[in-house]
Design a binder for this molecule. Sequence first.
Ligand code: GAL
Length: 416
Amino acid sequence: MTMMKKLQASAAAIALSTTAVAAQEVEVLHWWTSGGEAAAVGTLRDALAGGGVGWVDMPVAGGGGSDAMTVLRARVTAGDPPTAVQMLGFSIQDWAAEGSLANLNDLAAEQGWADVVPDALQRFSTYDGNWVAAPVNVHSTNWVWANTALMAELGIDQPTDWDGFVAALQAAQDAGYTALAHGGQAWQDATIFDSMVMGVGGPEFYQASMVDLDPEALGSDMMVEAFNRMETLRGFVDDNFSGRDWNLASAMVINGEALFQIMGDWAKGEFVNAGQTAGDEFTCFRVPGTEGTVTFNSDQFAMFNVTDASAQAAQTEMASAVMSPEFQITFNLVKGSVPARTDIPSDQFDMCGQMGMAQLAEAAAGGTLFGSMAHGHANNPSVQNAMYDVITAHFNGEYDAETAAAELVTAVELAM
Ligand code: GAL
C-alpha cells in the first residue's frame, strides 16, 4: 500500500470510529465536582457505558448550579446546547417554556413514570402536560451533619430545639473548635436560610414568604427573627469561612475540626466518600425547629432538543437509565440523596437515608413538603437570585435584621 493509501485508510478508520462513538454519546452538563458528587457521576457514567452510551463530561463547579446555568445559557445562545443537563425546579420550567427541551412522553408512558414519581417532583418534570425531565433523586436542605466523637467529647446530646442547638454550638466554640462549618457563598447562606425561615415560622410562613412571595410575610417580624437567627449562626463560623466550598466545610466536620454543618444531604456523599458511616463517625438530624418538615430539591436531567437521530437515541437511553429502579439505588447511596421514585425499598440505605425516605413520604402525605428556595424549587431564578443577594449581604454584615427583611420585600418585588 502506498503511503497515501495508508493515510487514506487510517483517516477512514478514524472517521468510522468517530461516527461510531458519536452515535452513542451524551454530553452532560452538571455541577457535580466534589469527591462525593464525582463518585455519584461515576455511577451514572458506568450505567450508560453498560448500555453502550459514551459520556462527554461538561462539569461546571459551583453548588446550587448558578454557574452551570450561566454556562448553559451561553452554550444555547451559541447554538450548541449540550445533549443532557442537570437541572433544578423552576429552571426546568423556564427552559421548557422556551421550547428548548425534548419531549420524553413515549418513554415515560412505556415505563409508567407517572405512577412512581411523586407529585411534588412531577410538578417540575412535566411542562404543559409533557415530560421534559427525568428526576434522579430527592435531596433536602434542612439537615445538620455532626461529628459524633466531638459531640461525645463535649458532652453534647442531639439538640431538639433552637436553644439547645445554640448551646451546643457555644460549647464547641468555648472548647476551641469551629462550631459551625460553613462556606460564605450566596447559595450556602441561602441553604441555611431555608431552615431559619421554616424553623421560625413553620410551614404556613414558609409557604407565604418563600413560595407565595407575600410582601407582608417577607417583611414580617418572623422574617426579622429568621435573619436574627442567621446572625446567631454567623457568630459560630470561623474566620476563614468566606468563599469556602461546601465540601471543604463538610471536610471540617469529617476531620473533627468542626462540630456541625447545616447542609443538604449531598454532604452525606462527602462523609461516605471519606469512608465514614452514618450513626458511627457522623450523624444527621433535622435542623432544630424544622422537624416534621422537609425542604427539598430534586436533581433532574433535561434533554435539549437535538435533530440528530443517534443523539436522540442516546438521550432516551440516558433518561431510561436514570429512571431505572436499580440505578436509583446505586446512585443515591453514593450521592446522599434518596430515590425520586416511591417504589424503592429503603433497606440498602443507611440511617440517614432511611430517615430521609421516611420523612419525605410523611411530609408529602402531611402537606409539610416544600421546595427549597436556595435550590430553585420555591420560586423562579430571578426571585431566587434577588433573595440570595439580600441574605448574603445581611450575613456579611451589610444590613441588620430589620433592614434585611425590608430589603427582601423590595428585592422580591423588583424581581417578580
Ligand atoms: C444542589 C444539587 C445537589 C448538590 C448541591 C451541591 O443544588 O441539587 O445535587 O450537588 O447542589 O453542589
